[in-house]
Design a protein around this ligand. Structure first.
Ligand SMILES: C[S@@+](CC[C@H](N)C(=O)[O-])C[C@H]1O[C@@H](n2cnc3c(N)ncnc32)[C@H](O)[C@@H]1O
Length: 280
């Protein structure tokens, strides 16, 4: 039952409190979706009147959230690096940690204006490839994924952001069928150790193929390390998102694949090792 003395925003926040660590923000996002308004408009109008259709849509969305469906799948979109991405249950929900990887790639590309050939391995929604393309208009990017359903979502996002001409999409196991060399290789591959995955809230809610990194979380990353030396241009950069539980092991693999490279770990805002950078 909603409390008549409280705003719709407050009532929605209360309903989400048991489901989310950020119920106020989620309530704003949900209401802005249902009403087709910007989030700032909701903040300025916390008690908007809803049409019967909007009331029904809100009720259905709340029921889906309460049944465990993540908010981005309920509203079909999510923001990454200030861009709006279409999101379906076939793709991982883009995470703020991945913005750090994009930031590092953009900084490098801005410092190296003659180097514009990029790869995004395990593109999912396409959030990395598309953000690079939006910010570096002369970059050319190959985006691969083993999931054809994910690739369809990524292609739709490239159309939505008008960067189709800059990105080629390829269904592939990492870079197995690719002979091209790249200046920058970005990859946010599945890296959750299988035993840990089963204990996480995301398990069964986001695609297992996007999360499951094998027994120690490094199976897919190790495969990439074995094949990527032939795909990197001299002096190129590799940026990998990793889990802090295996950061030293991942760095060791990287140094083994690129003995002469500078291998560095970068922490996320929570202070956890999150990005492995290999500068050859
Ligand atoms: C952690 S998600 C990352 C998605 C997106 N890049 C992002 O940052 O939100 C990993 C992606 O890698 C894909 N993937 C898993 N194994 C792969 C493989 N062997 N080759 C290519 N892609 C793979 C999954 O389908 C999934 O889309």
């Amino acid at each position: 039952m909603s409390d008549q003395s409280q705003s719709l925003l407050q009532n929605t926040r209360r309903r989400l409190a048991a489901l989310s660590d950020t119920p106020y923000l989620d309530a704003q996002v949900l209401l802005s979706h249902v009403l087709g308004r910007q989030r700032v408009w909701i903040l300025a109008h916390p008690s908007p009147s809803l049409t019967p259709r909007q009331r029904e849509n809100l009720a259905q969305a709340l029921l889906r959230l309460e049944s465990g469906v993540p908010l981005p799948y309920v509203i079909g979109r999510w923001e990454f690096y200030a861009l709006d991405f279409t999101i379906t249950p076939h793709v991982l929900i883009p995470r703020p940690e991945t913005e750090l990887l994009v930031e590092k790639a953009l900084n490098w590309l801005r410092r190296h204006p003659a180097r514009r050939s990029c790869a995004d391995i395990g593109t999912g929604s396409g959030c990395i490839a598309i953000t690079l393309a939006k910010h570096i208009p002369d970059a050319k990017i190959l985006a691969t994924d083993i999931s054809f359903r994910a690739l369809r979502v990524a292609q739709g996002n490239a159309r939505k952001h008008d960067v189709e001409a800059q990105i080629s999409f390829l269904g592939d196991n990492l870079l197995a069928g690719v002979t091209q060399r790249f200046d920058v290789v970005c990859a946010n591959l599945p890296y959750v150790p299988t035993p840990a995955l089963k204990t996480l809230k995301v398990y069964g809610r986001e695609p297992t193929q996007a999360l499951d990194g094998g027994p120690k979380g490094l199976t897919v990353i190790q495969s990439l390390m074995e094949m990527v030396p032939r795909n990197l241009a001299p002096g190129g950069l590799i940026l990998l998102e990793i889990d802090s539980s295996h950061s030293l092991e991942a760095a060791r693999l990287a140094q083994g694949a690129f003995p002469a490279a500078e291998v560095r770990l970068h922490a996320d805002l929570a202070g956890h090792d999150r990005i492995l950078a290999i500068q050859t």
